[in-house]
Ligand binder design. Structure first.
Ligand code: NAG
Ligand code: NAG
Ligand code: NAG
Length: 188
């Protein structure tokens, strides 16, 4: 075997064993449904359901131009298939991320997204320059954490479908994006 082939096989093998996987478990995140399948297309929807913790890029590669939704907003899941939870400004919400396999380096954050504009409202509620934490000890602050609902949202998140809390993880070397969303509204 040539040196180049050995190198290639090493890279391929390494890539095969370091599958990144993570998904929000608490609160219950936005899920699949018929509107999702209709907008994102059968290929993307079916592929992403085979691994609910898998990266968005794999589904995008599989489905290509068939995708009719924005897969990078809430993993393509649609509000119409879900329901929003009422939160109070200042309320502390506990999160748990099911980290099945980590990739480093990567970074993560939790932000409130204006769903229509696909824009983050103010600054992230939490952000980690390095995620997952290679030296984490139990209880792990990277996968078990809380966020506080801002008191400054005003009318921006006054009804279901306007805002979601999005957890976002980007694995840099693998070029893989992971997202989970929680639909909510606040009664000011
Ligand atoms: C937070 O996540 C978004 C994706 O929702 C990303 O585009 C952005 O760069 C991240 N922000 C920070 C401060 O890390
Ligand atoms: C990673 O975990 C260790 C052990 O719990 C902690 O001391 C450290 O602050 C954590 N790092 C970050 C960036 O949160
Ligand atoms: C939220 O998490 C912080 C640690 O980041 C902790 O000190 C605090 O007690 C938690 N708050 C609640 C209400 O659980």
């Amino acid at each position: 075997m040539t040196v180049a082939l050995v190198r290639l096989l090493t890279v391929v093998t390494a890539a095969a064993v370091v599958l990144g996987h993570a998904v929000m478990q608490v609160p219950t995140p936005r899920r699949a449904g018929s509107t999702y399948t209709e907008r994102c297309g059968d290929t993307y929807a079916e592929f992403m359901e085979t691994d609910k913790a898998g990266p968005i890029e794999n589904g995008v590669k599989k489905a290509g131009s068939e995708i009719g939704c924005n897969p990078y907003l809430c993993r393509g899941y649609q509000y119409e298939d879900n329901a929003a939870t009422e939160y109070t400004p200042g309320q502390v919400i506990d999160f748990h991320i099911d980290l099945i396999a980590g990739h480093r380096p990567g970074y993560a954050n939790v932000s409130i997204v204006d769903l229509e504009a696909n824009k983050i409202i103010s600054s992230p509620l939490r952000s980690w320059d390095t995620w997952p934490n290679a030296t984490a000890t139990t209880p792990r602050s990277d996968i078990d954490f809380n966020v506080t609902i801002p008191t400054t949202l005003g009318a921006a998140c006054s009804a279901g479908g306007k805002c979601a809390i999005q957890w976002y993880w980007y694995a840099i070397n693998n070029v893989q994006t992971y997202e989970s969303c929680v639909d909510f509204y606040v009664v000011p």
